[in-house]
Design a protein around this ligand. Structure first.
Ligand code: BT5
Length: 323
């Protein structure tokens, strides 16, 4: 009902709406209306109340609820349905469940915080409340399963472009899927797939972007390697506006992928990663390999030259730049 009251107030911008009118339209008591207004105020909405005229919405907080996000959304289909939570274990796990139960392509799962935000290989994603973005997008591409790694590359390109358009700072993609600003990690992606041998049921694109975490608020372990848009831009960032442009970029790049195929995506990724020819140390399943990065192929694998003309293909792992 909070959402319904909000919608009524938003439909009457700068005008007062009487408590009587709201209770009539929603078929609830005046006391129930008052209680809900108090709740909305507690979540940050500034609502003016006058005994004669009723209620008027003065200002909305930077919340990620559907009624805040959807009206300003410029996408055609992505994010037209948003599932918003105060907290979840992981938006990816939530999205997976919803997708198993039939959620459609383009539905987005957002949470203000995550209790068990996940990184790759059992690692954690630091997810403090109400500052950043933690979201998962459900996709149902009709493509052969071996092409899924391209979607992962595509998602990194889209996230990097959204960050660049929003901040004016050029990010760098670090293999496989970190987004860095001035060498520090500002966003990470965790993509998961549910498929059979020859058919994809769905792909979950999980994206975490640090928007408003201050340096001191990062946990000690990641303080020296992480950054946020606020730190780099020197100003607080609207999560709502950033999310709207992220989804627009994601929808744009996803249709480029579906319509134009792998070459465009691979080239866009290469441009933003600038990895060719760099000396790297790769840690993969406990093993360390040093070499020169040659390229990334359409499986998302990193191709390394390890000396004496030998090449190695690394499917998963982490890299460190040597120079
Ligand atoms: C990732 O893993 O970078 C993928 C992160 C994906 C997070 C999103 S949030 C929404 C969705 N739901 C989820 O549960 N997950 C996704 P990886 O490459 O394994 O990096 C993890 C490592 O990054 C950690 O071990 C830390 O060193 C570092 N890290 C953790 N939290 C961070 C943060 N908030 N900012 C920067 N670095 C962080």
């Amino acid at each position: 009902m909070d959402e319904e009251i909000l919608q009524l107030l938003k439909d009457a911008p700068s005008a007062f709406l009487s408590g009587w009118e709201i209770s009539r339209r929603l078929k609830v008591s005046r006391a129930a209306v008052w209680k809900r207004i108090e709740r909305l105020r507690a979540s940050g909405y500034e609502i003016e109340a006058s005994t004669r005229s009723g209620y008027r919405l003065v200002q909305s907080p930077d919340l990620l609820t559907p009624s805040e996000i959807i009206p300003g959304m410029k996408t055609k289909w992505m994010g037209k349905k948003i599932h918003h939570f105060q907290t979840v274990d992981s938006t990816n796990s939530k999205a997976y469940q919803l997708a198993l139960n039939g959620a459609e392509e383009g539905e987005v799962i957002l949470s203000e915080s995550q209790e068990k935000g996940r990184g790759r290989m059992g690692r954690q994603w630091f997810s403090p409340p109400s500052l950043n973005l933690y979201l998962s997008i459900i996709l149902r591409p009709i493509i052969p399963p071996p092409q899924v790694p391209l979607i992962t590359l595509m998602a990194a390109v889209a996230t990097a472009d959204a960050i660049q358009k929003f901040s004016g700072i050029i990010p760098q993609i670090k293999w496989p899927n970190d987004i860095l600003l001035k060498g520090r990690k500002v966003a990470g992606l965790l993509n998961e797939i549910h498929s059979e041998m020859d058919r994809i049921h769905f792909v979950i694109l999980g994206i975490g972007v640090n928007l408003n975490t201050d340096e001191k608020k990062f946990s000690k372990e990641i303080r020296s390697i992480a950054t946020s848009l606020k730190i780099e831009m020197g100003q607080t960032v609207s999560r709502k506006v950033f999310l709207q442009s992220l989804l627009l970029e994601m929808e744009r790049w996803y249709s480029i992928f579906l319509e134009e195929g792998s070459t465009v995506i691979l080239n866009a990724w290469r441009d933003r990663a600038d990895i060719k020819g760099r000396q790297v140390k790769v840690t993969s399943f406990g093993e360390t390999v040093v070499g020169t990065a040659i390229d990334v192929d359409s499986d998302g694998a990193l191709i390394l030259e390890t000396g004496g003309g030998k090449q190695r293909r690394v499917m998963a792992g982490d890299i460190e730049y040597k120079k």
